[in-house]
Design a protein around this ligand. Structure first.
Ligand code: GAP
Length: 535
């Protein structure tokens, strides 16, 4: 599937729009249109239902070490700034970037790729930026321009070594930046914290600086004790949260894949240290299966365990669920969700301020006795098992998913072109969004075959009765084939048509979006029939 086709369908049919488009748009921000908002809401609702409200607290689920409980939270986007000190985000949540003094472009250091190339007795490192879809071609064009050569003489360029990252170079003197004409225009890499800053209150001094949360997880950690004390949950249990997160990404790209404002669906699962490895395996496998159950093709989905070098120092294991997004080169996958075994790192950090050893030192406030104040909250976030009497700091397993990335993956997966007969019986290419019925924005569309003989009245009655349970749509405009096509593009799994026979025997046809199969059911049985079909 070509990405351009999906992007254009998303705009044409109202799945996604660029934010503030009438002002030229704003990079890294996206709006969900009438169909998109339903799709994303259905994905978040399916996740919440499957992980939280539909969870059976009493039984041991397949693969789980024991029964467990699940509950939810909804925390604020702006939190006490100390939260981000203790979580490590204030000191460590950054990317390295380089600026080009000539073009004024800013690039993520690790995303500039280039090749050594020699011509006319000079050797340079020609580069392409992260937005380049064909880096080799762009690099050659850059090199030809630099050496003042024509493309017909491209074979006079002497290439040395493969495409490699800028991070492998010690000096930038011979580097031709992606949009520059001269060499050595890149600055040294600089840290760029990804948290958005804001100011609390009217005075606006440095002490009033706050941050938009870069993840929903921390709201859960700092409320761990509140949840334990206010609900009767016992370890092992999970707390789920869905909400907006913000990251000032240097290079937002690939449609909504890397945005600056996005939604996360996160679980922090608290368990006894002795069983945490088993719980890690459980969540990893369960979350991988969930995407398949919701319609992602197993062949395009991988569960990738991090190598020891990739792991954070406190992490015992992390796995990513990755999808073969069509904008990525063949064989490459993009992260949908990470499942991390975080040990007791987070609760301890908020308790004691125990930070990553690589962190820059925090300003340590001293008590009157000259001893450092608590860097964490100083609150006891350990847990006491009221049956065994044991006190411990629970280990955490964190399945952390992106609602926008999941939505994008389901959009990519759904986009299909096939052949179907038009109103005259001629085969035509049709675009059909094959969403799983649970996440489809509109579950059914109801059509009167013609606008007379009582058909619109009966169709409207059906529409009103189904509307009580689902988002359904009524359409009486144009030829019925055209109406089917419009619903195929919206991903509506079922079309219900009221025709002449309906007037005689009170039956209607249901047409299946994917198989094009049609069958008759009694109008009175539609609710139960659809319930079976949608699941
Ligand atoms: N609490 C852990 C955490 O936030 P993460 O891997 O940084 O981990 C989790 O983010 C998920 O959030 C990712 O797998 C992805 O689905 C989503 N996500 C992260 N950054 C994103 C961005 N800039 N745009 C869209 N989704 C993003």
């Amino acid at each position: 599937m070509e990405m351009e086709k999906l992007v254009s369908l998303c705009k044409r049919r109202g799945f996604l729009f660029q934010s503030s488009e009438i002002y030229g748009g704003i990079n890294g921000f996206w709006d969900y249109g009438p169909l998109g908002v339903e799709l994303k809401r259905n994905i978040k609702d399916a996740w919440w239902r499957d992980m939280v409200t539909g969870h059976d607290d009493l039984d041991t689920l397949p693969g789980a070490p024991s029964p467990f409980e699940m509950t939810g939270l909804d925390c604020t986007i702006i939190m006490h700034p100390q939260v981000w000190k203790c979580s490590g985000h204030y000191d460590l949540f950054h990317d390295y970037m380089v600026d080009c003094r000539e073009s004024k472009g800013r690039y993520r250091y690790d995303q500039i790729k280039g090749r050594w190339v020699e011509a006319k007795g000079k050797k340079i490192f020609a580069t392409a930026g992260s937005n380049s879809e064909t880096p080799e071609v762009d690099i050659e064009r850059q090199a030809l321009k630099f050496f003042g050569m024509r493309s017909k003489n491209a074979d006079e360029l002497k290439w040395d070594g493969p495409l490699t990252s800028l991070t492998t170079l010690d000096s930038f003197e011979e580097v031709l930046a992606p949009d520059a004409k001269s060499l050595g225009t890149l600055t040294e890499p600089r840290e760029f914290n990804l948290m958005f800053k804001t100011t609390i209150g009217a005075l606006g001094g440095e002490a009033d600086t706050a941050f938009l949360r870069p993840e929903t997880a921390q709201g859960i950690f700092v409320n761990f004790k509140n949840v334990v004390d206010s609900s009767r949950v016992r370890v092992p249990f999970g707390i789920a949260q869905v909400g907006k997160s913000f990251r000032n990404e240097i290079t937002p790209r690939n449609f909504t894949f890397r945005s600056r404002e996005f939604e996360q669906m996160e679980i922090e699962f608290f368990c006894h240290p002795d069983s945490s490895q088993k719980w890690y395996m459980y969540w990893r496998d369960r979350r991988y299966k969930w995407y398949q159950e919701m319609g992602l093709d197993e062949k395009k989905l991988i569960l990738r365990e991090h190598t020891p070098e990739e792991l954070a120092h406190y992490s015992i294991g992390t796995a990513d669920i990755e999808y073969a997004f069509p904008f990525l080169p063949e064989g490459e996958y993009g992260e949908l969700e990470g499942i991390a075994h975080r040990g007791d790192f987070d609760l301890r950090s908020h308790m004691e301020g125990k930070l990553d050893p690589d962190t820059k030192p925090m300003t340590v406030e001293l008590n009157e006795d000259g001893k450092p104040k608590h860097r964490g909250s100083g609150k006891d976030l350990s847990y006491r098992d009221d049956i065994t009497g044991e006190r411990f700091v629970p280990h955490v397993i964190e399945p952390s998913a992106g609602a926008d990335r999941a939505t994008l993956a389901f959009l990519c997966e759904a986009y299909t072109e096939d052949e179907a007969p038009d109103d005259k019986g001629n085969m035509q290419t049709r675009v059909v969004m094959k969403f799983h019925p649970r996440i489809a924005p509109v579950k059914a569309s109801i059509f009167p075959l013609v606008k007379k003989d009582g058909m619109p009245e009966m169709a409207k009655d059906i529409y009103r009765s189904l509307k009580k349970d689902w988002n359904v749509f009524y359409d009486e405009k144009g030829a019925v084939g055209r109406r089917y096509r419009r619903q195929d593009e919206a991903g509506t799994p079922f079309c219900i048509t009221v025709d002449g026979q309906s007037m005689q025997d009170q039956t209607v046809t249901i047409r299946h979006r994917d198989t094009l199969e049609q069958w008759r059911v009694k109008a009175d049985d539609l609710t139960s029939e659809l319930r079976k079909l949608i699941g």
